[in-house]
Design a protein around this ligand. Structure first.
Ligand SMILES: [Zn+2]
Length: 393
């Protein structure tokens, strides 16, 4: 899925459609992309040669070097690394077990940003809840417990299942701490059936005690669910050795296709270069890096010169606090008004499912026409995002 934000050029809005020249260029680029795309090659190169690249790690530094070289080889101009200071968090030992009534190991992993447990672990009785709302309705039972958020992610073609489930990963620990809990466990946010727990960031709310937070693999969450359902007290112990480290330097990697005619105006194509540490970030967001690099390469190869400057940005640290996006805004404050559109690719790869945008109603006619040109990619219907609808009101 691609989000388009900002405002469309006035001419397009006034005509209510694209110019004949823009249409021709869009069709040509679409057909070229169908004939041959190198997007997966970029993603493969990043994930195979750099591997995991959490903010501030050696992999992160290698990814910045990779992106500089990739942009140059794609033919982008003014390729540079723009400094970003990132928070660093390092995973350590992580073990878990059911202590009683049936002692056995649990496979879990710390949520990104979690504080550690005491070195010999954290043990308490489990309170299982199905959601944050469920916890809030039984908050008095959470004191001194490890809250187990057993919220199931529904399988869906789009990201709706993920969006509905992910609040317990992001906010569950603070919701549990507010009710007096000493630790938080979640069922991994995913739909697989293997014994691999999924990480992802936890956000600690201001003014609430911080408690350790980890994700159980789905089979382990289902085991715990069955044992809790027997109705007897269930005690769990887990140990996390993760810890925040000193801030480090990373970079947003930026390259451009200079415009001709309206070059001060900027169309931004973005993706994020960092990943979590447990995998190589092929989907999140190696795919997005491949998509935007290949889009730029195809435009450069077509020898058509865009009117506006196209700026490709591979952002630092999206996963652990969005430092890359925030730094970009600060560094480019003076020219923010010249950004006429920004597209971000951060929803994996595969057939497009929708074209949604954050822009005013004046963008709609041109976007509908663009969506028509892109229809062979998957018959998507353009739709304004909820935020765009709010802006239009
Ligand atoms: Zn992402």
């Amino acid at each position: 899925m691609i989000l388009l934000s900002g405002r469309l050029p006035r001419a397009a809005a006034a005509d209510g459609a694209l110019s004949a020249e823009t249409r021709r260029a869009a069709i040509l680029l679409r057909d070229k992309a169908f004939a041959r795309t190198g997007a997966s090659g970029w993603a493969r190169s990043l994930t195979d040669r750099v591997g995991p690249r959490p903010a501030g790690s050696a992999g992160d530094r290698a990814a910045v070097a990779w992106a500089l070289a990739a942009m140059k080889s794609a033919g982008l101009s003014r390729v540079r690394a723009e400094k970003v200071i990132v928070p660093v968090w390092k995973r350590g030992v992580e073990t878990g077990s059911i202590v009683s009534p049936y002692p056995q190991p649990l496979v879990l992993t710390a949520l990104g940003g979690s504080i550690p447990t005491p070195p010999d672990g954290l043990e308490a009785e489990v309170l299982e809840v199905s959601s944050i709302e469920d916890l809030e309705s039984r908050a008095e039972s959470a004191r001194g417990r490890i809250v187990f958020f057993d919220k199931k992610m529904a399988r869906a073609l789009d990201m709706s299942g993920y969006s509905r489930a992910v609040d317990v990963r992001d906010q569950g620990a603070s919701a549990a701490a507010k009710a007096g809990a000493v630790g938080a466990l979640i069922r991994s946010i995913g739909t697989d059936r293997n014994r691999t727990p999924h990480t992802g960031g936890v956000t600690y709310a201001e003014g609430v005690p911080r408690i350790p937070a980890a994700a159980l693999s789905i089979p382990d969450a289902e085991l715990l669910e069955r044992i809790v359902a027997e109705g007897r007290p269930v005690r769990v112990r887990f140990t996390l050795g993760c810890a925040p480290q000193a801030d480090a330097e990373s970079a947003n990697v930026v390259g451009e296709i200079p415009g001709r005619g309206k070059e001060p105006e900027i169309v931004l194509l973005g993706a994020h270069l960092d990943s979590w540490d447990l995998g190589t970030g092929a989907i999140d967001d190696g795919a997005g890096c491949g998509i935007v690099l290949e889009a730029a390469r195809a435009i450069i190869d077509s020898r058509m010169r865009p009117a506006r400057t196209i700026r490709v940005v591979l952002f630092a640290n999206e996963e652990h606090g969005l430092s890359g996006g925030k730094s970009y805004r600060e560094a480019h404050l003076a020219e923010l008004g010249r950004h006429v559109a920004a597209l971000e690719a951060d929803s994996g790869s595969g057939r497009p499912l929708a074209l949604s945008w954050l822009a005013g109603a004046s963008a709609e006619p041109a976007l509908r026409e663009l969506a028509g040109i892109l229809e062979p990619l998957g018959g998507q219907t353009p739709r304004a995002s909820a935020r765009a609808k709010a802006l239009m009101r």
